[in-house]
Ligand binder design. Structure first.
Ligand code: GCO
Length: 450
């Protein structure tokens, strides 16, 4: 019978712009998300992160929520724009002081801080100089990362340098539904991609130069598959790591292969993508190739695959009425079993689920409680599958639920509630959902209650 390891890390995750509020307080600089969310028509009902969960004013509220569930780790991000308003290394000490307080509150509570250094909070000043299309931006990020590692040396031991570079490139510079809202051709989107990977490499070098004891990772997202039956395992694994000209960005391997192996995926059909990858110089790949100490996987759902005569594999269409979340994402718990195992088999590094969860149409019921049976059922199914991934030898170290509280869900604004804790945004009042109590029991028993 599979079990979660004795020292398995149970946590929850958030990000700066999504929870903090007061982005410009105390000298904070505008980020691309401040600009984007204040641009009419870009976000649900014109929602912005101006107030969010009021975490900047009350970091102790988040720590209280974590303690209430008995969580031992908190994955949060630091706003580059708040700390480096002009992106020029002229640090805003008051902005940095907020993260000092947050980290110290975590440590006082026995909660390990897992710090994401870039969860999309690019200083607008850098976007004004062409943002991630500018080759200077990776260097500016490395300067920020090095400063943060030196400042938090001895207190923070786990850094995720980037969160989902896939979304930054595809949604920020490709289809434009995320900040900075640009729609660039594939060649330029690939240039953004290369600069994000260089930012990881230079950032990793900068951190290791000042803190050899810091653990370095990256949180990626992308296509994952799982087999319909045991006979379809090879097909599902192949389908997971196939790269297509028209479907390359949302893959883990387009980031993790160059980072872990120093080379882009080989199995790519001839075309523009293969030419773009070939143009990345050996010197650039050498910078990118900074082996992580661990990997973070943001996993919400995946594709069921069957071995198929002729074609290498067959993506099984989802039947009409397939279970979906409020955001209409499919509910596919098997992905936390096989999808994680395929990633472990490819990279062989300790790994964390850095995001997993769902949005529900949560409300405070007449009894004053927030009953979210869909989230409990989702969590139960996904964690049972996650427990099974250990049978494949997966070196899984921890699970961070997305998210600790309801928060600003990017272009969907406050219309989507992902939290274990309900937030009444007009007042800031927080209510533990039923799922928070359910998850606390899972944590207390290290998964035995599943
Ligand atoms: C992402 C981001 C999170 C989202 C969450 C729900 O994966 O898009 O890391 O900030 O809020 O995933 O979409």
């Amino acid at each position: 019978m599979n079990k979660f390891p004795k020292n398995f890390v149970w946590g929850a995750a958030s990000s700066a712009y999504q929870i903090e509020g007061d982005p410009l307080a105390d000298g904070g600089g505008k980020s691309v998300w401040d600009t984007f969310s204040h641009t009419p028509g870009k976000t649900f009902e014109g929602n912005t992160g101006d107030t969010a969960c009021r975490s900047y004013a009350h970091p102790e509220w988040d720590i209280e929520n974590l303690k209430h569930m008995g969580l031992s780790a908190y994955r949060f991000s630091t706003s580059w724009a708040r700390i480096d308003p002009e992106g020029d290394g002229n640090w805003n000490e008051k902005g940095l002081a907020y993260y000092d307080r947050l980290v110290d509150l975590c440590l006082e509570a026995g909660i390990a801080p897992y710090m994401t250094l870039y969860h999309w909070e690019l200083p607008q000043a850098l976007e004004d100089r062409d943002g991630w299309l500018n080759p200077e931006t990776p260097k500016a990020f490395a300067r920020f990362a090095g400063m943060m590692a030196e400042h938090f040396r001895g207190r923070v031991k786990h850094y995720f340098l980037l969160n989902e570079p896939q979304c930054v490139a595809a949604l920020g510079y490709g289809n434009g539904i995320h900040a900075p809202g640009r729609q660039e051709p594939m060649g330029k989107v690939f240039l953004v991609w290369k600069h994000l990977l260089l930012a990881y490499g230079l950032g990793a070098q900068a951190i290791r130069a000042v803190d050899g004891g810091a653990g370095i990772g990256i949180a990626t997202t992308g296509r994952l598959c799982y087999p319909e039956t045991e006979a379809d395992i090879a097909a599902a694994e192949k389908a997971t790591f196939q790269v297509f000209d028209n479907d390359w960005l949302f893959t883990h391997q387009m980031a993790l292969d160059p980072i872990c192996f120093g080379a882009f995926p080989k199995d790519c059909a001839p075309g523009q993508l293969r030419d773009l990858m070939a143009a990345v110089t050996p010197e650039e790949l050498e910078i990118i190739h900074q082996k992580p100490d661990f990997l973070g996987f943001n996993i919400y759902n995946g594709w069921c695959v069957r071995e198929s005569q002729g074609a290498p594999y067959y993506f099984i269409p989802r039947y009409e009425g397939f279970p979906r979340t409020a955001l209409k994402w499919p509910v596919t718990p098997e992905v936390l079993d096989w999808g994680v195992a395929f990633l472990w088999r490819r990279y062989g590094l300790p790994c964390y689920i850095t995001e997993n969860g769902l949005s529900c149409n949560d409300v405070v019921s007449l009894d004053g409680q927030v009953h979210d049976p869909n989230r409990e059922d989702f969590l139960h199914r996904y964690l049972l599958c996650l427990k099974n991934t250990f049978s494949h030898g997966t070196d899984l170290r921890g699970y961070f639920h997305w998210s600790l509280t309801d928060n600003f869900e990017w272009h969907s604004g406050y219309g989507e509630r992902f939290g274990l804790v309900y937030v009444d945004f007009p007042t800031g009042t927080r209510v533990y959902k039923d799922s928070a109590r359910w998850y606390a029991q899972v944590v207390k028993t290290n998964g035995e209650s599943l």
